[in-house]
Design a protein around this ligand. Structure first.
Ligand code: NAD
Length: 438
């Protein structure tokens, strides 16, 4: 099938590439001309495991193309996917200006003689946005264009998008017409995964309900971690014990600095806002958000307790990306920690295997020194903070670290080091919800 993807960011570029891998002909469009030039020249603007090889392969066989505008791609496409940003407004509501603009742009190009098109929303949007997109396109394109709107929310996880897209747990397709539903089922036909067929409103709601539930699990275990800290229990064992129950599962029960990234914080906020607007305050999610916001400040309080005054103390931060295996720093908890440490006058160095480039300008603003090498980053530091769960950090050479740090003190915000290894080298070790090691 011929597909257009509007928006070639983390979601659009990866889904477009995987659709090409499934055998479709895909044109990934973006109005950021620089991004399109980069892609056309054979470079990849984001770091995502396995993506580069897949892009090169599919470009080489002519199944994947990049374009700065939709005027030429839409006429030749059966399906048009929208994957543009839906950032939060300051009041927590969703900024839908990108979606509305794309709807008008599609309407300008659509003509009755192009035949039937399916327009699919992949961006995360409030319930009933599909209906607004439909009305907008009808208003600008006129009554004779033939199209349907489908909601096909995306559940990929940055850091493993290719595997998630080619082997998803489920595919949710929300359509109000059988014709549109069948077209999208054909798009996904090469994928072996359960398909949940719903109406458009339900599909839109599934995405917020799913992300909010995952955020809830993280805040739940973080609240349990605080109880563990006060009682000497070990949150890792508690998580193991509750996660062995199939009804609960161990996934997303990792205590730490809390969730960040471009999705969970904004999606929880949006769901709170959507519910409040409907007159049904979702206070449970307000608490999820409050717990999450308190995780890194509580961690910082513990560092302050240990070092007393932070001013002029050298603190090293391992990890800038909001999670491992990505260069994405949107809503990164690490950067929030860096900001707070700098406000108190600490001398901060920071490193990341992939995200130094994306974080560089923010680090400059904050006065944080980026260091490529993780051990050099920690040289002469009074405290090392682990803020992202990269495997390089989990497998760090602790003996080497002990030799170059000023104090042997680690604050592990992701619980990735093994207490046994820490004890063997003789570090003071603080983690989240686990007994303190002296
Ligand atoms: P992104 O910022 O990485 O990419 C969006 C792209 O859209 C950018 O490249 C931007 O230049 C482009 N764009 C904006 N307006 C455009 C227009 N009018 N025409 C063409 N291109 C345009 O964002 P993302 O992370 O890919 O997220 C996109 C959507 O998917 C959001 O709604 C997000 O909530 C949702 N989502 C994201 C993830 C994730 O892990 N990143 C997962 C699931 C769903």
């Amino acid at each position: 099938m011929n597909l257009t993807i509007i928006g070639s960011g983390y979601v659009g570029l990866t889904t477009g590439t995987c659709f090409a891998e499934m055998g479709h002909h895909v044109i990934c469009v973006d109005n950021n001309r620089e991004k399109i030039r980069t892609l056309q020249s054979g470079s990849i603007p984001i770091y995502e495991p396995k993506l580069e090889d897949l892009i090169r392969k599919n470009v080489a066989v002519g199944r994947l193309e990049f374009s700065p505008d939709i005027a030429s791609s839409i006429p030749q496409s059966d399906v048009i996917f929208i994957a543009v940003p839906t950032p939060p407004n300051t009041d927590g509501s969703v900024d839908l200006t990108y979606i509305e603009k794309v709807a008008r742009e599609i309407a300008e190009v659509l003509k009755p003689e192009m035949g039937y098109k399916v327009i699919v929303d992949k961006s995360t949007v409030p319930v009933k946005t599909g209906e607004k997109v439909r009305q907008t396109i009808k208003r600008y394109a006129g009554p004779d264009v033939q199209f349907d709107i489908v909601s096909n929310p995306e559940f990929l996880r940055e850091g493993c998008t290719v595997d998630d897209l080619l082997h998803p747990d489920r595919i949710v397709i929300g359509a109000n017409s059988e014709r549109a539903m069948n077209v999208i089922k054909r798009v996904y036909q090469p994928i072996h995964a359960p398909i949940l067929e719903t109406d458009v409103n339900s599909a839109e709601l599934i995405k917020y309900a799913a992300n909010s539930f995952l955020a809830l699990k993280i805040s739940y275990i973080n609240a349990v971690a605080k109880v563990c800290e006060k009682t000497g229990a070990d949150v890792e064992l508690v998580a193991e014990g509750i996660g062995m129950d199939k009804r609960i599962s161990r996934h997303f029960l990792n205590a730490g600095l809390g969730y960040g990234g471009s999705c969970f914080p904004k999606d929880v906020k949006a769901f709170i806002n959507i519910s409040r607007t409907l007159g049904i305050p979702f206070t449970l999610l307000e608490e999820v958000e409050r717990i999450n916001d308190s995780q890194h400040t509580h961690f910082l309080d513990q560092i302050r307790d240990r070092l007393w005054v932070l001013k002029d103390k050298k603190i090293a931060v391992w990890g800038l990306a909001f999670k491992q295996n990505t260069d994405d720093i949107r809503e990164s908890i690490s950067l929030k920690l860096c900001e707070k440490l700098r406000k108190e006058g600490a001398i901060v160095t920071a490193t990341d295997p992939k995200a130094i480039g994306t974080a560089r300008s923010r680090l400059e603003e904050l006065g944080v020194t980026p260091v490529e090498d993780m051990y050099e980053c920690a040289r002469d530091a009074e405290v090392l903070i682990i803020a992202t769960e990269w495997s390089d950090y989990a497998n760090a050479d602790l003996q080497k670290l002990a030799e170059i740090m000023r104090n042997r003190i680690i604050f592990d915000g992701r619980n990735i080091l093994s207490p046994a290894n820490i004890r063997a080298v003789g570090f003071e070790y603080h983690s989240v919800g686990r007994p303190f090691i002296e």
